[in-house]
Write a protein that binds this ligand. Structure first.
Ligand code: TMP
Length: 390
C-alpha cells in the first residue's frame, strides 16, 4: 500500500478494553493515525493493532443490546431470504452473540467467531460456530466439512480485518457459483459528511468507500452487484457481492460510485478538510463540557461505546468532565472506560432527573434512547454532526 497520513487521533487504548482498577498500570496504548492509500483510495490506519489484543475471550460488545439492531437483523434476514433458494446454506463471519444467526435455521447455518466467549454462546444455542479468525485455511476446512455456501454474511466485521485480499480470496473459495457475499460496515461518505470521526478506533482499521472496495474485491474475483445505504451505526452500507463471472450489477453500484466521486472521496483535499473539522469538534466539545461542569451541572455519558473511547481519549475527557457512564451491558458495568478511566454503571438508579446533561456516547441510537427516556428532564449533548445541546 501507498498510504499518506491525514489524521492523528493520538494515543488510544483498546476501544472495548474495559478495565478494573488493578489493570490501570498495564493498559496498552497505541498511536491512532489514519491515511489514504493512493493506489486503491482505501481509508486505513497507518499501523494495525494485533487482532488478538481486541478479539479474545473477554470481548465485551454485544450486538443484541439494542432493539434497533435486533430489528435491523431480522429485517435484513427477510430481505436476504427473498434472493436465496428454499434451504440456503448460510455462513456468518463474526457472529458475536448471535443477533443475526437467531433469524436462521440451525441445521443449515454456521458461523465463525474469534471471541471464544461468544463462540461458546452461539455453539450452545445450536449453531455450529468455529472459534477462530477468518483465514484461507479455516475457509478450506469449512468447505471440506460443510460444502460451499449460498450466503456468506458479515456485519461490522470485514472492516475489522487488516488483510482484505486474504479475506476476500477466502470468501471467493467458499461461495457457490451463484452465491452472495453480503456485508455491512460503516460508510465513509457518512463519516465525512457527519464529521463522525469516532467511527475510527482500533477495531475499524478501514472505513470503506465503494470506490476502494470495488478495486480490492475485483482483484480477488468478486464484483459488487448492489449497494444499500442503511441508517444503522450512524450510516452504513450493505454491500452485495457475487463471483465476477456471474455478477450483474444494478444501478445502485454506479450511483454510489458517482456520488463518491462528486464529494471527492478520491481527493486528498477532502481528507485534509475533514481533519480540520475533527480538530474544531474537539475544541468545541471540551469547551461545552467544561462550561457545564463550571456551572455546577451534573454531566454523565450515555452508552460506553467504542466510539466514545476515541472521543474521550482524543479530547482528553476524563472523570473531571464526565462523572460516570451508564450502559446496559453487564460485561461493561462496574468497570472503567478505556484510557481515561471513567466509572461505568448500570442505568437503574444512575440515569435519572438528577442528571443535567448526558453526552450521547451511543449517538447512533439517539432515537431509541429518546423514546426510552421520555421522562428525562435533563438535556443530551452530542458532537455529531456538530457539538451541541439537543
Ligand atoms: P455501539 O454504538 O458500539 O453499538 O454500542 C452501543 C452501546 O450503548 C452498548 O454498550 C449498549 C449501550 N446502550 C445503552 O446502554 N442503552 C441503550 O439504550 C442503547 C441503545 C445502547
Amino acid at each position: 500500500m501507498n498510504k499518506k497520513e491525514f489524521l492523528n487521533l493520538g494515543k488510544q487504548p483498546i476501544a472495548n478494553g474495559f478495565l478494573t482498577e488493578g489493570n490501570f498500570n498495564s493498559e496498552f496504548f497505541y498511536d491512532l493515525s489514519v491515511g489514504l492509500d493512493e493506489d486503491t483510495k482505501l481509508v486505513t490506519h497507518m499501523d494495525y493493532v494485533k487482532p488478538e489484543l481486541m478479539f479474545n475471550d473477554t470481548y465485551a460488545y454485544r450486538g443484541s443490546m439494542s432493539k434497533t439492531m435486533r430489528d435491523h437483523f431480522s429485517e435484513t434476514s427477510e430481505l436476504l431470504r427473498k434472493h436465496l433458494s428454499d434451504k440456503p446454506r448460510v455462513l456468518e463471519i463474526g457472529s458475536n452473540d448471535g443477533v443475526f444467526l437467531k433469524n436462521w435455521d440451525k441445521d443449515t447455518t454456521i458461523a465463525v467467531e474469534p471471541c471464544s466467549n461468544f463462540a461458546k454462546e452461539t455453539n450452545d444455542l445450536g449453531y455450529l460456530t468455529y472459534d477462530g479468525f477468518w483465514t484461507k485455511q479455516l475457509s478450506e476446512t469449512i468447505v471440506e466439512e460443510n460444502g460451499w455456501m449460498d450466503l456468506i454474511f458479515a456485519a461490522n466485521c470485514i472492516c475489522h480485518i487488516p488483510d482484505l485480499d486474504q479475506t476476500f480470496a477466502a470468501i471467493e473459495n467458499t461461495l457457490t457459483d451463484h452465491g452472495f457475499f453480503v456485508f455491512e460496515d460503516p460508510s465513509l461518505v457518512k463519516m465525512i459528511n457527519e464529521n463522525s470521526y469516532d467511527q475510527i478506533y482500533d477495531e475499524h482499521p478501514h472505513i470503506f468507500s465503494i470506490t476502494a472496495l470495488k478495486t480490492i474485491l475485483e482483484r480477488n474475483g468478486l464484483t459488487i452487484v448492489r449497494v444499500d445505504n442503511t441508517p444503522v451505526h450512524g450510516g452504513s452500507n450493505r454491500i452485495w457481492v457475487q463471483r465476477t463471472m456471474f455478477a450483474k450489477p444494478d444501478e445502485s453500484v454506479e450511483n454510489n460510485l458517482t456520488h463518491e466521486r462528486i464529494i471527492g472521496l478520491d481527493d486528498p483535499y477532502t481528507f485534509e478538510r475533514f481533519a480540520n473539522k475533527v480538530s474544531d469538534s474537539k475544541t468545541d466539545l471540551v469547551r461545552l463540557l467544561s462550561r457545564c461542569v463550571d456551572s455546577g451541572k451534573k454531566v454523565i455519558s450515555y452508552g460506553a461505546t467504542s466510539k466514545s473511547t476515541t472521543v474521550f481519549n482524543y479530547c482528553g475527557i476524563g472523570p473531571d468532565l464526565i462523572q460516570y457512564i451508564t450502559d446496559t451491558t453487564p460485561e461493561k458495568q462496574n468497570k472503567f472506560s478505556p484510557g481515561v478511566h471513567i466509572p461505568i454503571v448500570k442505568p437503574e438508579g444512575n440515569f435519572d432527573n438528577s442528571v443535567d446533561f448526558a453526552f450521547l456516547g451511543a449517538w447512533n441510537f439517539a432515537q431509541e434512547i429518546r423514546n426510552k427516556e421520555s421522562e428525562y428532564t435533563g438535556k443530551f449533548i452530542t458532537h455529531v454532526p456538530v457539538v451541541r445541546i439537543v
